[in-house]
Design a protein around this ligand. Structure first.
Ligand code: F0G
Length: 355
């Protein structure tokens, strides 16, 4: 059996890694691609889910962070910095801890999920909450990296995109070819850009016969790519993608045009409904931001733009345990109250309708 060694070692030739390269890894990548019959039934397509919540810190960010931290350490950095809606900060703090250096993370006050906040603190990140949104955090992180000896590890750092493109390599290997459509949640559009690059490389190498149409989805209250302008006060319960001024805007438009792709917006209630279907009927629990890809597929299938039998891959970017409160939310908006009974077998049997 092959023991997975993390993306830098697995794809050493593709990522320019040699014997003498520094490798900071927590074993990221190699995530499952799972069939989703409940979604295939609803859409008439052949739907697969790339479950990126299975990465070491619970999100796809780890694929890019292994590259960014390895290069930072190689260049002698003693500290890295990032702005984050939560997952990047969790990942940066974990990889920095593993490398024995410091991670400073800037997050919007009160607007990141508890699991992510907890991770950043647990991994000894220097966490600072800013009175502002993600876009403000990124501006300040960039300025700090310009003026002070601290290495920026947001996806404006090309090392991040390089690492993240490996997810597309894996999809091609897992399916035997690229899919017809790829759906993905979009915030800064770094991951959208990364998958497009990975798929292009596989087609150029002759490993795949096509490049999928890249369909990116933003939350309706923070959909600058759909509206074609910066959103000053982005709002959505999907805090991971609460971004009004995407850092990879131009790269994303280029990727969309090159793949005959599309950017769409989905309302928060549709994101939550999609999250529920994925958890309850496919067995994959993701955070709300990740469910934007699922909601996007349902939206486009309803619009009739997904031909029957199309092969579709959805990236779900972060684990549901990051932001677990949403799992308890019922369709009517109330919070599920687990049933309590006395510790008596017959009582349990009766509640379960077994007797
Ligand atoms: N899904 C999740 C769970 C995310 O955390 C993010 C981004 C995205 C999707 C969007 O990816 O920015 O490459 O388009 N999170 C960043 C962060 C902004 O700070 O954790 P993108």
């Amino acid at each position: 059996a092959h023991v997975w060694q993390g993306v830098l070692r697995e794809y050493a030739d593709r990522l320019g890694v040699t014997e003498s390269s520094t490798v900071v890894t927590l074993g990221e990548g190699g995530t499952p691609l799972l069939p989703a019959p409940a979604l295939s039934r609803r859409t008439g397509a052949d739907v697969w889910v790339k479950f990126e919540g299975m990465n070491p810190t619970g999100s796809f960010k780890d694929r890019g962070m292994t590259v960014a931290l390895s290069r930072a350490v190689e260049h002698g950095a003693k500290a890295v910095i990032c702005a984050s809606t939560g997952n990047t900060s969790a990942s940066a703090a974990a990889y920095a801890a593993h490398a024995g250096i410091t991670a400073a993370v800037l997050v919007p006050e009160g607007k990141i999920a508890m699991g992510k906040l907890s991770q950043a603190v647990a991994h000894n990140g220097k966490l600072i909450q800013l009175r502002g949104n993600f876009d403000d955090c990124l501006e300040i992180a960039r300025e700090l990296a310009e003026r002070y000896p601290v290495h920026l590890v947001n996806s404006v750092n090309p090392d991040r995109i390089e690492g993240q493109k490996t997810a597309a390599y894996e999809v091609v290997e897992q399916l035997g070819d690229a899919p017809d459509f790829h759906f993905i949640p979009v915030g800064n559009a770094g991951n959208y850009t990364a998958y497009t690059r990975g798929y292009r490389e596989e087609a150029e190498r002759g490993v795949s016969t096509r490049i999928p149409r890249m369909f990116g989805f933003q939350a309706a209250g923070s959909a600058p790519l759909v509206r074609g302008e910066v959103v000053k006060n982005p709002e959505t319960i999907a805090t991971a993608i609460r971004i009004g001024n995407p850092a990879s805007w131009n790269l994303a438009l280029e990727a969309r045009d090159a793949t005959n792709g599309w950017f769409g917006a989905v309302e928060d209630d549709r994101i939550l409904a999609a999250q529920k279907i994925l958890a309850g009927e496919v067995g994959i629990f993701v955070e709300p931001g990740s469910a934007a890809s699922v909601a996007g597929l349902l939206d486009r299938a309803e619009a009739g733009v997904i031909p029957a039998g199309s092969r579709v891959v959805l990236t779900v970017t972060g684990h549901g345990l990051k932001d677990p409160q949403w799992g308890l939310r019922q369709t009517d908006g109330t919070t599920a109250e687990p049933i309590v009974v006395d510790a008596v077998t017959t009582e349990v049997a009766s509640v379960l309708d077994l007797a």
